[in-house]
Design a protein around this ligand. Structure first.
Ligand code: ADP
Ligand code: 5GP
Length: 243
């Protein structure tokens, strides 16, 4: 049985960065490339970051029951996980990583209660805004003419993402692990530890000292151990919406 790892985070928290490092360094892990109706950004390529499809194609797949989950994110774009990725991972003996939003995560948790869910948080609202702006600047440099956006459009996308983030982070309690992505290297190690710890837990084997350390590192991301940090992060978001 493949282990399904659900990774959710407010956009800009560093989920793609962490996930890509995880996939590079942990064997037997496969990434589920989602389908989306949003247009490609920056240097994104069809079939690599996403399968970019029209609304009609998305509706046809939905009607044919091809999605394990799907959701409308940021009010205007549809995203979905194709069931075939799970079948392929099972056949290849791999575990599967889903990078999906909180709505999709809740659907998958209902269908696959054994799935392991990980919520990534930015260290504060200010840091999230900085990361969104930095990424947006980076995308501007590599945009081709057909993908060019005005500064006003960029700003509005960032504001929308910050607003959505404030709502999404309220769901942190429903996840198995909470990872605050402050120092990148440390976060990568923690994410790897979570995956390895879950594999060890299911193996039922007696753990070596090194393996026990991996489990202890993963446990740093359990709610009771991050409660104070999370409280500060939630406060930083709440402060920004007060008059
Ligand atoms: P997401 O996939 O969550 O939307 P990205 O992985 O695209 O986010 O990261 C958003 C931006 O933040 C990128 O420019 C990335 O390089 C940067 N970033 C990611 N993690 C960190 C970190 N720990 N410290 C500083 N910058 C980071
Ligand atoms: P972005 O447009 O920034 O790549 O992603 C926006 C949001 O959509 C992120 O929270 C991302 O996790 C989520 N997302 C990406 N693919 C899927 C998917 O297949 N299903 C769901 N429910 N959300 C997804």
């Amino acid at each position: 049985m493949s282990i399904v790892f659900i990774i959710s985070a407010p956009s800009g928290s560093g989920k793609s960065t962490l996930t890509s490092e995880l996939l590079k360094s942990v064997p037997r892990l496969q990434f589920s490339v989602s389908y989306t109706t949003r247009p490609p950004r920056g240097s994104e390529q069809n079939g690599r970051e996403y399968h970019f499809v029209s609304r009609q194609q998305f509706q046809d797949m939905l009607a044919a029951g091809e999605f394990l989950e799907h959701a409308c994110v940021f009010d205007d774009s549809y995203y979905g996980t194709a069931r075939r990725y799970l079948r392929e991972a099972e056949a290849a003996g791999n575990d599967l990583v889903l990078d999906i939003d909180v709505q999709g995560a809740s659907q998958v948790k209902q269908k696959l209660p054994e799935a392991v869910s990980i919520f990534i948080l930015p260290p504060s609202r200010d840091e999230l805004e900085k990361r969104l702006r930095r990424r947006s600047e980076g995308e501007k440099q590599v945009e081709t003419a057909d993908r060019r956006r005005t500064d006003e459009e960029r700003n509005s996308i960032i504001q929308k993402r910050l607003c959505t983030a404030a709502k999404e982070i309220e769901n942190y309690r429903t996840y198995s692990y909470i990872l605050v992505n402050d120092q990148l290297e440390e976060s990568i190690d923690r994410l790897k530890a979570i995956v390895l710890a879950e594999r060890l837990r299911r193996s039922g084997n007696r753990l070596s000292a090194a393996e026990q350390q991996v489990v202890a590192s993963a446990q740093q991301c359990l709610l009771p151990n991050v409660r104070d940090k999370v409280r500060q992060i939630l406060d930083s978001f709440a402060a920004s919406i007060q008059p």
